[in-house]
Design a binder for this molecule. Structure first.
Ligand SMILES: Cc1cc2nc3c(=O)[nH]c(=O)nc-3n(C[C@H](O)[C@H](O)[C@H](O)COP(=O)(O)OP(=O)(O)OC[C@H]3O[C@@H](n4cnc5c(N)ncnc54)[C@H](O)[C@@H]3O)c2cc1C
Length: 435
């Protein structure tokens, strides 16, 4: 075999690309991972809040969200890591989600949780106040912008409490998680090249045959997987496979604020991930007893669809607005004049559900459209993609008869047609980062 030939090339070494490389290498393929950046996880993975949670709007989303908790909980074992102390940490603090009219008091989601059998607990208002001493249970819907004269005014209703999901939490170092996966893939025989920018997809005999780098170098493989995150659309265009996709992807700019935690949400005191559709925010504990605050994309905020090669990495007033909104729920949050902010991109699909699929070009696959909510599923998605690729390369017609995947920790089966590029828009989706 010539040095520039592989069994499979994975474009992108973010948390999902590294997981795909690991799972394919474990199944015996000679894998090359490529990334235009200098190290694994330096793309949108590095800006992730890395929250792990089982609540989603679809059966498959819940099953996958619940299943992946067990990968993170057994991270060192899953990676077969020689030094577990060197790995990123998973803090399984659970997820607290307020019940409000915006999320329809979670009725739809809790029904799916029951169907899947995933555990949760209802937390009435008094018990929530006991856990989070400074929490306000006033409702502020609809979310507003600060220039609105009613910004910060309650609508007079009170929230009944929250739901608590024990099989969730967050990963302390998302970029480190990608590095952990890359190193495990290396132990399984995969190689990686960084600062390697893919500029073209090769076709031969009607199928994919490898990639061309921006330097002109040719790397050959019968299997190529697009895991390019917010660049997924550009790579699909290079491969000429966009036409065959009913669901497409594009990059959405997002800001995450970083401020001191309110009482009860401190990392040192076991604070949980907190999701609040009523103020359109979510937050999770961060080191130094800070919290990260993200947005649940209320209708009043403009959506910034951008070119992933040309967008503004400077924070705007948006992150401060997110702090002000969460301060409605936790009035003891200080609102700094200048808020420390992470700016990064989601790779959003038309229905905010991922695409884990083949393409119309034989040998060309994609794990894309992760829509701001698929960090958590990375190790699972690696295994699902390796399973799908083995089936398709073995002659299975996945488009006609989508493959099933067995979730081994929770003993449930999901059909991968759920993640098809050819699906109709899924009406059960939340059409938001909730998925
Ligand atoms: C602000 C923010 C908060 C988030 N919070 C959460 C959360 O709390 N929980 C959750 O589950 N998910 C969350 N997500 C989503 C999650 O982080 C992503 O779904 C996940 O990190 C995507 O991983 P990836 O490997 O697909 O993409 P990326 O990490 O973006 O990796 C793609 C890689 O492809 C490379 N690449 C692109 N084009 C080329 C090319 N032509 N040639 C070579 N290399 C190329 C890039 O350099 C990049 O490194 C969040 C995302 C953001 C932005």
């Amino acid at each position: 075999m010539a040095d520039n030939s592989y069994d499979a090339i994975v474009i992108g070494a973010g948390v999902i690309g590294a997981a795909v490389a690991l799972s394919m290498a474990r199944r015996g393929r000679r894998v090359l991972g490529l990334d235009r950046l200098p190290a694994a996880g330096y793309g949108s993975t590095s800006g992730s809040c890395a929250i792990v949670r089982p609540f989603y709007s679809t059966y498959e989303g819940v099953a996958m969200g619940w299943e992946c908790h067990f990968y993170w909980d057994g991270w060192a074992g899953y990676l077969d890591a020689p030094d577990p102390t060197a790995l990123t940490r998973y803090i399984a603090c659970g997820n607290t989600v307020v019940l409000c009219s915006k999320n329809k008091y979670l009725k739809h989601i809790l029904k799916i949780m029951d169907e899947v059998g995933c555990p949760y607990e209802l937390v009435p208002a008094d018990a929530l106040r006991a856990r989070l001493p400074t929490v306000s249970l006033d409702s502020y819907l609809p979310a507003r912008r600060p220039e609105d004269p009613d910004f910060g005014a309650t609508n007079g209703e009170a929230l009944p409490g929250a739901a608590f999901f024990p099989t969730g939490g967050y990963v302390t170092d998302p970029q480190g998680a990608a590095r952990d996966l890359q190193e495990a893939a290396g132990r399984a025989g995969a190689t990686f090249r960084f600062n390697a920018d893919v500029a073209g997809i090769l076709r031969e005999g009607g199928r994919c045959a490898g990639v061309r780098l921006a330097t002109g170098e040719i790397l050959r493989a019968p299997v190529v997987v697009n895991v390019a995150g917010p660049h997924s659309h550009k790579v699909n265009v290079m491969a000429g496979v966009e036409e065959g996709m009913k669901i497409k992807t594009r990059a959405l700019r997002h800001e995450v604020a970083h401020v001191p935690a309110p009482r009860g949400l401190e990392q040192s005191k076991g604070g949980t991930h907190f999701s609040d559709a009523d103020t359109a925010t979510y937050c999770r504990p961060e080191s130094g007893d800070h919290i990260l605050i993200g947005s649940e994309d209320p209708d009043c905020d403009p959506r910034e669809w951008v070119d992933p090669d040309n967008f503004d990495r400077n924070p705007t007033e948006q992150s401060r607005i997110q702090v002000m909104r969460l301060a409605q729920r936790f009035p003891d949050i200080g609102i700094p004049q200048r808020v420390r902010t992470v700016v990064d991109l989601y790779d959003v699909s038309d229905d905010w559900l991922p695409i884990y699929d083949r393409s119309d070009l034989d040998g060309f696959y994609m794990a894309v459209g992760t829509s701001g909510n698929q960090f958590k599923t990375a190790p699972l998605v690696g295994e699902m993609m390796a399973h799908l690729i083995d089936a398709c390369e073995g002659g299975h017609d996945h488009d006609a008869e989508p493959v099933d995947f067995h979730l081994r920790h929770i003993d449930r089966v999901v059909n991968m047609g759920f993640c098809s590029r050819r699906r109709e828009i899924n009406p059960d989706s939340s059409f938001s980062v909730v998925g």
